[in-house]
Structures are given as structure tokens and as C-alpha cells.
Design a protein around this ligand. Sequence first.
Ligand SMILES: Nc1ncnc2c1ncn2[C@@H]1O[C@H](COP(=O)(O)OP(=O)(O)OP(=O)(O)O)[C@@H](O)[C@H]1O
Ligand SMILES: [Mg+2]
Length: 246
Amino acid sequence: MATVVVASPKGGAGKSTAAVLLGTEFARAGANIVLLDCDPNRAVNMWASKAKLPPRIALLSDVDETNIVRTIKQYDRNGRILIVDLEGIASRLVSRAISQADLVLTPMRATALDASIGLQMVALIAEEEEVLERKIAHAVIFTMTRGVRSKQHRDLERSLQKQGVVVIEPPLMERAAFSALFALGGDLSTMPAQGRMESAAVNAREFAQAVYTQLKGAKHEQGTRLQYQPRRHQNPPQAGHGTSPE
Ligand SMILES: Nc1ncnc2c1ncn2[C@@H]1O[C@H](COP(=O)(O)OP(=O)(O)OP(=O)(O)O)[C@@H](O)[C@H]1O
Ligand SMILES: [Mg+2]
């Protein structure tokens, strides 16, 4: 029903972290999620191997440039949300994933260097749009930010907004709980407290809501609707297994 592709040519920009947070937050809010780990380094797989998959999340790993389009078309139905995590390079696989996206998200640290590399995505998306003759929604996520925004961060936000680039608000803050996902698996609700847990949980929830709003807007532009509405109040963690996407 909806495909979100997390992509940036910059390594270590926070793609896998954003993909797992988005998947786990959407799932906790009631959505059925399929995570596609398309990075040969298998970061999302590593997260999944640490604990039982949370309810309503399925993981697909054997996805490469030869089968990504088919795989997305196969699973992108029945109200599911697909979240694609990619390697930090520009490649044919990345282009193919983008071609199937309802929304492309580009995480980046709030520094001039990271922004200039991350924004190569804008050019790549424009190329795909030309080939496909359709608009592809795109938004930047500032990641690993501090409680108080640096001047560089604020300047970058202003500059991106001037260029018409959508910036997800709030940014993903630097939180021990977010990096601990890859050591512990599960989601923020099942994890033993790490650092400023409450602040991390609120940040992740608001971030996911902001992405949901962008996704809904993108689907509206396409003349279709998302089949899932996030619950306003999140349920306490439930025991359960990850679901099979079939
Ligand atoms: N918001 C955050 N708070 C704390 N740590 C973070 C955050 N985002 C990312 N990290 C840490 O930064 C490192 C890089 O993040 P991540 O693996 O998500 O980036 P990536 O863009 O997927 O990297 P790659 O290009 O290698 O796939 C990891 O160690 C991760 O735990
Ligand atoms: Mg990664």
C-alpha cells in the first residue's frame, strides 16, 4: 500500500536506524510492516537477530537489484507499509528502489559536508522522476542531533527549505536507546532503559508521526489513500511474534 525508501549515498548517515525506528513505531501504532534489508552489510537483519521480531513486523533480506521491483510490487498490498533500507552508495539497486517509492527519506547529520553528500539524492530522484514521468516525494531527516540546535543545523534547515526540500520535524536526536536497538533488538518499549529513555520514546513517536503525515500527503497527491491510521495512544508492549508477510 505504501513504500518508504531510506536512502543516502553517505555511509553512516543513520539510514538503518531511521528504518528500524520507523518500522517499529509504525507497527506499534497498528500498521503491518515489511522491512526490506537491501544492504549487503545487513544492519536490519542484525537488529532482527537480537530478539523476537515485534508484532506486525516482517523482514525480507534476500533482495537485490534483480528482484527488488518484483518484491516491492508483490508485498506492497493489503495495507502494508514497506520500508526499504539501502547501502550508503548510489547504485542500480538504489535507483530501482527509488523508482518504486511513495516517499524517499534521506537521513543526514546536520553538517555542511554531510548535507552536500546527502543531497546528491535530490539529483538522483530528479533523474528517476524524468524516466518515470511522475513525482517522487522526498524528505530529509536530520539525525544524531543535540537537544539545542546548532547554528549550522538551523542554517542548513533554512537553506533546504529555501530550495524546496522538505525537512522532517522533529529531527532524530542522538540517543543511546536508538543505537542500542542494534545490540538488543525489539523496539523502544521492550528495551531496558538506556539513557534518556522517555525523551527517546517521545522523539521516535513524533518522528514517525511526521513521516506518516508526509506519506499520507504523498499518497494523496497520487490520488490514493493510506489504509492505516496510527493510533493516538500507543498500547503497552504486547508479547508476540513477528508476522509473516504472506
Ligand atoms: N539518532 C541516533 N542516535 C544515536 N546513535 C545513532 C543515531 N543514528 C545512528 N546512530 C548510530 O550511528 C551509526 C550509523 O548509523 P546507521 O547504521 O543507522 O547509519 P547508516 O546510514 O545505515 O550506515 P550505512 O551507510 O553503513 O548503512 C550506528 O552506530 C548507529 O547506532
Ligand atoms: Mg545502514
